[in-house]
Design a protein around this ligand. Structure first.
Ligand SMILES: Nc1ncnc2c1ncn2[C@@H]1O[C@H](COP(=O)(O)OP(=O)(O)OP(=O)(O)O)[C@@H](O)[C@H]1O
Ligand SMILES: [Mg+2]
Length: 262
Protein backbone atom coordinates (compact mmCIF):
# COMPACT_ATOMS: atom_id res chain seq x y z
CA UNK A 1 0.00 0.00 0.00
CA UNK A 2 1.13 3.56 -0.66
CA UNK A 3 -0.33 7.03 -0.18
CA UNK A 4 -0.41 8.92 -3.51
CA UNK A 5 3.03 8.78 -5.08
CA UNK A 6 4.72 8.19 -1.76
CA UNK A 7 6.80 5.15 -0.85
CA UNK A 8 5.21 1.77 -0.39
CA UNK A 9 4.54 1.56 3.35
CA UNK A 10 3.09 -1.96 3.51
CA UNK A 11 4.14 -4.78 1.22
CA UNK A 12 3.87 -8.55 0.77
CA UNK A 13 1.49 -8.97 3.66
CA UNK A 14 -0.54 -12.10 3.73
CA UNK A 15 -2.71 -13.07 6.68
CA UNK A 16 -6.26 -13.72 7.65
CA UNK A 17 -8.36 -12.94 10.68
CA UNK A 18 -10.15 -16.19 11.46
CA UNK A 19 -13.72 -15.84 12.66
CA UNK A 20 -13.82 -15.48 16.43
CA UNK A 21 -10.06 -14.87 16.77
CA UNK A 22 -8.32 -12.20 18.87
CA UNK A 23 -5.06 -10.60 17.80
CA UNK A 24 -2.85 -7.66 18.61
CA UNK A 25 -1.13 -5.48 16.03
CA UNK A 26 2.04 -3.73 17.14
CA UNK A 27 4.96 -1.88 15.60
CA UNK A 28 6.69 1.47 16.04
CA UNK A 29 4.94 4.76 15.39
CA UNK A 30 4.66 5.27 11.64
CA UNK A 31 5.04 1.53 10.90
CA UNK A 32 1.63 1.44 9.24
CA UNK A 33 -0.73 0.03 11.87
CA UNK A 34 -3.48 2.57 11.18
CA UNK A 35 -2.94 2.12 7.43
CA UNK A 36 -3.32 -1.65 7.74
CA UNK A 37 -6.49 -1.25 9.79
CA UNK A 38 -7.85 1.17 7.16
CA UNK A 39 -7.27 -1.53 4.54
CA UNK A 40 -9.10 -4.01 6.73
CA UNK A 41 -12.20 -1.84 7.17
CA UNK A 42 -12.07 -0.79 3.52
CA UNK A 43 -11.35 2.89 4.12
CA UNK A 44 -8.29 2.55 1.89
CA UNK A 45 -7.52 0.47 -1.19
CA UNK A 46 -4.35 -1.54 -1.68
CA UNK A 47 -2.21 -0.41 -4.63
CA UNK A 48 -1.87 -4.10 -5.45
CA UNK A 49 -2.99 -7.36 -3.88
CA UNK A 50 -6.25 -8.81 -2.77
CA UNK A 51 -8.46 -8.20 0.22
CA UNK A 52 -11.26 -10.53 0.94
CA UNK A 53 -14.00 -9.18 3.17
CA UNK A 54 -16.37 -11.65 4.82
CA UNK A 55 -15.19 -14.14 2.22
CA UNK A 56 -15.72 -11.85 -0.79
CA UNK A 57 -13.24 -9.98 -2.99
CA UNK A 58 -13.34 -6.39 -1.69
CA UNK A 59 -12.40 -4.97 -5.11
CA UNK A 60 -15.57 -6.25 -6.75
CA UNK A 61 -18.02 -5.57 -3.94
CA UNK A 62 -20.93 -3.48 -5.23
CA UNK A 63 -20.89 -0.06 -3.54
CA UNK A 64 -24.46 -0.42 -2.35
CA UNK A 65 -23.54 -3.48 -0.30
CA UNK A 66 -20.77 -1.72 1.59
CA UNK A 67 -22.91 0.00 4.24
CA UNK A 68 -24.49 -3.31 5.25
CA UNK A 69 -21.10 -5.01 5.47
CA UNK A 70 -19.62 -2.08 7.40
CA UNK A 71 -22.41 -2.36 9.95
CA UNK A 72 -21.04 -5.76 10.86
CA UNK A 73 -17.76 -4.12 11.89
CA UNK A 74 -17.14 -1.88 14.90
CA UNK A 75 -14.22 0.52 14.66
CA UNK A 76 -12.46 2.47 17.40
CA UNK A 77 -10.57 5.20 15.55
CA UNK A 78 -7.24 6.42 16.87
CA UNK A 79 -8.68 9.96 16.83
CA UNK A 80 -12.10 8.85 18.23
CA UNK A 81 -14.31 10.62 15.61
CA UNK A 82 -17.18 11.41 17.96
CA UNK A 83 -20.04 13.57 16.72
CA UNK A 84 -19.57 16.91 18.46
CA UNK A 85 -23.22 17.96 18.48
CA UNK A 86 -24.44 14.75 20.14
CA UNK A 87 -24.10 13.92 23.81
CA UNK A 88 -22.28 10.83 25.07
CA UNK A 89 -25.40 8.67 25.21
CA UNK A 90 -26.44 9.50 21.64
CA UNK A 91 -22.92 8.99 20.28
CA UNK A 92 -22.81 5.51 21.79
CA UNK A 93 -26.38 4.65 20.75
CA UNK A 94 -25.82 5.75 17.17
CA UNK A 95 -25.06 2.31 15.66
CA UNK A 96 -28.21 0.93 17.29
CA UNK A 97 -30.32 3.78 16.00
CA UNK A 98 -28.89 3.36 12.50
CA UNK A 99 -29.76 -0.35 12.72
CA UNK A 100 -33.40 0.67 13.35
CA UNK A 101 -33.57 -0.22 17.03
CA UNK A 102 -35.93 1.69 19.31
CA UNK A 103 -34.61 3.88 22.10
CA UNK A 104 -36.69 2.20 24.80
CA UNK A 105 -35.20 -1.17 23.78
CA UNK A 106 -31.57 -0.13 24.09
CA UNK A 107 -31.54 2.73 26.63
CA UNK A 108 -30.79 0.44 29.56
CA UNK A 109 -28.01 -1.44 27.75
CA UNK A 110 -26.32 1.78 26.69
CA UNK A 111 -26.52 3.17 30.24
CA UNK A 112 -25.07 -0.05 31.63
CA UNK A 113 -22.21 -0.07 29.15
CA UNK A 114 -21.44 3.58 29.90
CA UNK A 115 -21.39 2.83 33.61
CA UNK A 116 -19.00 -0.07 32.95
CA UNK A 117 -16.51 2.17 31.18
CA UNK A 118 -16.82 4.72 34.00
CA UNK A 119 -18.98 7.25 32.18
CA UNK A 120 -22.28 6.73 34.00
CA UNK A 121 -22.20 10.34 35.19
CA UNK A 122 -21.32 11.78 31.79
CA UNK A 123 -24.15 10.48 29.62
CA UNK A 124 -25.47 13.94 28.85
CA UNK A 125 -22.11 15.62 28.33
CA UNK A 126 -20.93 16.78 24.93
CA UNK A 127 -17.66 15.28 23.67
CA UNK A 128 -15.83 18.62 23.73
CA UNK A 129 -16.27 18.81 27.51
CA UNK A 130 -14.62 15.41 28.09
CA UNK A 131 -10.99 14.50 28.70
CA UNK A 132 -9.10 12.54 26.02
CA UNK A 133 -9.44 9.30 27.96
CA UNK A 134 -13.16 9.86 28.46
CA UNK A 135 -13.65 10.52 24.74
CA UNK A 136 -11.73 7.36 24.02
CA UNK A 137 -14.07 5.35 26.23
CA UNK A 138 -17.09 6.82 24.42
CA UNK A 139 -15.53 5.73 21.11
CA UNK A 140 -15.00 2.23 22.50
CA UNK A 141 -18.55 1.99 23.88
CA UNK A 142 -19.91 3.06 20.49
CA UNK A 143 -17.85 0.43 18.69
CA UNK A 144 -18.87 -2.47 20.94
CA UNK A 145 -22.48 -1.58 21.75
CA UNK A 146 -23.98 -3.41 18.78
CA UNK A 147 -21.91 -6.56 19.44
CA UNK A 148 -20.34 -6.41 15.96
CA UNK A 149 -18.99 -9.49 14.18
CA UNK A 150 -15.60 -7.80 13.90
CA UNK A 151 -14.03 -5.17 16.14
CA UNK A 152 -11.10 -3.10 14.89
CA UNK A 153 -9.55 -0.90 17.56
CA UNK A 154 -6.71 1.53 16.89
CA UNK A 155 -4.76 2.30 20.10
CA UNK A 156 -7.96 1.99 22.16
CA UNK A 157 -6.12 2.39 25.47
CA UNK A 158 -3.65 5.07 24.40
CA UNK A 159 -5.27 7.77 26.55
CA UNK A 160 -6.29 5.94 29.70
CA UNK A 161 -4.42 4.87 32.83
CA UNK A 162 -3.19 1.24 33.10
CA UNK A 163 -6.06 0.21 35.36
CA UNK A 164 -8.69 1.47 32.91
CA UNK A 165 -6.66 -0.07 30.07
CA UNK A 166 -7.04 -3.48 31.71
CA UNK A 167 -10.74 -2.92 32.27
CA UNK A 168 -11.19 -2.09 28.58
CA UNK A 169 -9.18 -5.13 27.59
CA UNK A 170 -11.54 -7.23 29.71
CA UNK A 171 -14.44 -5.71 27.80
CA UNK A 172 -12.81 -6.73 24.50
CA UNK A 173 -12.10 -10.22 25.82
CA UNK A 174 -15.75 -10.61 26.87
CA UNK A 175 -16.90 -9.49 23.44
CA UNK A 176 -14.50 -11.98 21.87
CA UNK A 177 -15.97 -14.77 24.03
CA UNK A 178 -19.37 -13.90 22.58
CA UNK A 179 -17.92 -14.50 19.11
CA UNK A 180 -16.57 -11.15 17.89
CA UNK A 181 -13.35 -11.28 15.86
CA UNK A 182 -10.98 -8.69 17.32
CA UNK A 183 -7.86 -6.87 16.19
CA UNK A 184 -6.29 -4.28 18.47
CA UNK A 185 -3.44 -2.02 17.40
CA UNK A 186 -1.37 -1.00 20.40
CA UNK A 187 2.07 0.15 21.55
CA UNK A 188 1.32 -1.12 25.01
CA UNK A 189 3.29 -4.31 25.46
CA UNK A 190 2.00 -4.73 29.00
CA UNK A 191 -1.48 -4.98 27.55
CA UNK A 192 -0.28 -7.48 24.95
CA UNK A 193 1.14 -9.67 27.71
CA UNK A 194 -2.22 -9.81 29.49
CA UNK A 195 -3.75 -12.12 26.90
CA UNK A 196 -2.64 -15.32 25.27
CA UNK A 197 -3.19 -14.01 21.75
CA UNK A 198 -1.16 -13.89 18.53
CA UNK A 199 0.81 -10.70 17.96
CA UNK A 200 1.16 -9.22 14.48
CA UNK A 201 4.15 -6.87 14.28
CA UNK A 202 4.74 -4.40 11.48
CA UNK A 203 8.27 -3.34 10.69
CA UNK A 204 9.70 -1.88 7.49
CA UNK A 205 6.47 -2.59 5.68
CA UNK A 206 6.51 -6.28 6.51
CA UNK A 207 4.35 -8.23 8.90
CA UNK A 208 5.62 -10.79 11.34
CA UNK A 209 3.08 -12.96 13.16
CA UNK A 210 4.02 -14.46 16.51
CA UNK A 211 1.77 -17.27 17.71
CA UNK A 212 0.17 -17.03 21.17
CA UNK A 213 2.33 -17.94 24.17
CA UNK A 214 0.54 -21.25 24.79
CA UNK A 215 1.13 -22.32 21.20
CA UNK A 216 4.80 -21.31 21.32
CA UNK A 217 5.23 -23.36 24.51
CA UNK A 218 3.53 -26.33 22.91
CA UNK A 219 5.73 -26.01 19.81
CA UNK A 220 8.87 -25.79 21.98
CA UNK A 221 7.84 -28.86 23.96
CA UNK A 222 7.18 -30.77 20.76
CA UNK A 223 10.56 -29.73 19.33
CA UNK A 224 12.30 -30.78 22.56
CA UNK A 225 10.51 -34.12 22.61
CA UNK A 226 11.51 -34.67 18.99
CA UNK A 227 15.16 -33.76 19.68
CA UNK A 228 15.15 -36.11 22.67
CA UNK A 229 13.71 -38.95 20.58
CA UNK A 230 16.38 -38.32 17.95
CA UNK A 231 19.16 -38.34 20.56
CA UNK A 232 17.96 -41.67 21.95
CA UNK A 233 17.70 -43.33 18.54
CA UNK A 234 21.16 -42.05 17.49
CA UNK A 235 22.92 -43.35 20.67
CA UNK A 236 24.75 -46.75 20.46
CA UNK A 237 22.61 -49.60 21.64
CA UNK A 238 23.25 -50.49 25.28
CA UNK A 239 25.55 -53.59 25.31
CA UNK A 240 23.85 -56.73 26.53
CA UNK A 241 25.67 -58.50 29.44
CA UNK A 242 28.22 -60.79 27.83
CA UNK A 243 28.19 -64.52 28.39
CA UNK A 244 31.63 -65.52 29.79
CA UNK A 245 34.11 -66.60 27.15
CA UNK A 246 35.88 -69.75 28.32
CA UNK A 247 38.98 -68.85 26.25
CA UNK A 248 39.27 -65.38 27.76
CA UNK A 249 42.26 -65.31 30.16
CA UNK A 250 40.56 -62.64 32.22
CA UNK A 251 37.69 -64.98 32.87
CA UNK A 252 38.11 -66.31 36.41
CA UNK A 253 36.34 -69.49 35.37
CA UNK A 254 39.11 -70.31 32.89
CA UNK A 255 41.41 -72.92 34.26
CA UNK A 256 44.93 -71.91 33.23
CA UNK A 257 46.43 -75.15 34.36
CA UNK A 258 44.86 -77.12 31.59
CA UNK A 259 41.83 -78.34 33.40
CA UNK A 260 43.28 -81.37 35.18
CA UNK A 261 41.45 -82.13 38.34
CA UNK A 262 43.51 -83.96 40.90
N1 LIG B 1 -3.09 10.23 4.69
C1 LIG B 1 -1.78 10.02 4.54
N2 LIG B 1 -1.11 10.55 3.50
C2 LIG B 1 0.20 10.32 3.31
N3 LIG B 1 0.95 9.55 4.10
C3 LIG B 1 0.35 8.98 5.17
C4 LIG B 1 -1.04 9.19 5.43
N4 LIG B 1 -1.37 8.50 6.55
C5 LIG B 1 -0.24 7.90 6.95
N5 LIG B 1 0.80 8.19 6.13
C6 LIG B 1 2.18 7.68 6.26
O1 LIG B 1 2.14 6.27 6.28
C7 LIG B 1 3.04 5.75 7.26
C8 LIG B 1 2.29 4.86 8.22
O2 LIG B 1 1.36 5.64 8.98
P1 LIG B 1 0.32 5.00 9.98
O3 LIG B 1 -0.54 6.10 10.47
O4 LIG B 1 -0.31 3.85 9.34
O5 LIG B 1 1.32 4.50 11.14
P2 LIG B 1 0.99 3.92 12.60
O6 LIG B 1 1.77 2.65 12.74
O7 LIG B 1 -0.47 3.86 12.81
O8 LIG B 1 1.63 5.02 13.56
P3 LIG B 1 1.16 5.48 15.02
O9 LIG B 1 1.66 4.42 15.97
O10 LIG B 1 1.91 6.76 15.22
O11 LIG B 1 -0.30 5.65 15.03
C9 LIG B 1 3.70 6.95 7.92
O12 LIG B 1 4.95 7.11 7.33
C10 LIG B 1 2.78 8.10 7.59
O13 LIG B 1 3.53 9.28 7.45
MG1 LIG C 1 -1.77 4.76 14.06
Amino acid sequence: MRYGRGPEILRDLSFDLPRGSFQFLTGPSGAGKTSLLRLIYLAAKPSRGLISYFGRDAATLPRNELPDLRRRVGVVFQEFRLLGHMNVFDNVALPLRVAGRKRQDYAEDVAELLAWVGLGEKMNALPATLSGGEQQRVAIARAVVGQPEVLIADEPTGNVDPEMGMRLLRLFAELNKLGTTIIIATHDLQLVRMLDAPVMTLSNGHLHIRPPRSERLRMREEAEAEAEAERVSAAPAVAAPRTPDPDDPSNPDTDMTGGHDD
